[in-house]
Design a protein around this ligand. Structure first.
Ligand code: BTN
Length: 239
């Protein structure tokens, strides 16, 4: 059910898979690379992807019923959290797409949606830190790897197959029970109930308390007596 294509070096598995999707690649195509030279994160950020230290993979799903990339990211986060738990790595989900261990980021997810010949498709990109890398300065204290958590790292292929198995169970093309998945997302959330700083796409950042995650994956925050809904941008958790 999966066609796995391996690259030693690629600009970005998401960028390349989106191109392949627009050329008619089948659902279940997976690109995995030893390194990415232009790995991408949410909000136009770079995703540091050095050789030999991470799993950098993207999966094409078509057609998809949910063509909301935000919600796909949310549901994919549950699948990846389950896969990591299977290796004995308990992660919490920081809204919206970061899997965390002890306040440090182990995995990021970038879901992107598109349309080809009238049919919506989704590219789910997943980056997991397997081994401690020489992260650039500012990442040293905010990133963590499976090796650091477990003392040793499972192989890249083991982790990739575990993630693909869990993604198949969740069935992002049309999940049977999205409400149950959202409930699990909330249970795994390390953002809910916390004091946060909301960093919107545009405008000033502000302090708030994260109070709820809606069925569409957006976050409700309380600012004084006022409730605000956050559907893009990001939050950082205040210590
Ligand atoms: C984030 O942290 O904001 C999301 C990071 C997603 C990184 C993965 S690595 C594989 C795939 N290819 C990319 O360019 N990005 C995703």
């Amino acid at each position: 059910m999966y066609q796995i294509i391996r690259y030693s070096s690629i600009d970005s598995t998401n960028t390349r898979l989106k191109q392949q999707a627009m050329e008619g690649a089948p659902s279940g195509t997976v690109l995995v690379a030893d390194r990415q030279t232009a790995g991408r994160g949410r909000l136009g950020r770079q995703f540091f992807s050095p050789e030999g230290s991470g799993l950098y993979m993207s999966l094409l799903i078509r057609p998809v019923r949910l063509c909301d990339a935000g919600l796909l990211t949310t549901l994919a986060a549950v699948a990846v959290a389950r896969a990591l738990e299977g290796f004995g790595v308990p992660t919490g989900i920081k809204w919206v797409n970061d899997l965390m261990v002890d306040g440090r980021k182990l995995c990021g997810i970038l879901a992107e949606a598109g349309i080809y010949e009238g049919q919506p498709f989704a590219v789910i990109g997943i980056g997991i830190n397997l081994k401690k890398a020489a992260f650039p300065g500012e990442l040293t204290h905010i990133a963590i790897s499976m090796e650091e958590v477990l003392g040793t790292s499972p192989s890249r292929d083991e982790v990739m197959h575990a993630v693909l198995d869990q993604l198949a169970r969740v069935d992002l093309s049309g999940p049977k029970d999205p409400a149950a998945l959202m409930e699990e997302y909330r249970r795994r959330s390390v953002t809910l109930g916390r004091a946060v700083r909301v960093i919107p796409h545009s405008g000033e950042s502000y302090e708030a308390v994260a109070v709820a995650i809606r069925e569409d994956g957006s976050l409700d925050v309380r600012v004084g007596a006022e409730l605000r809904n956050v559907s893009s941008g990001e939050v950082s958790i205040k210590i």
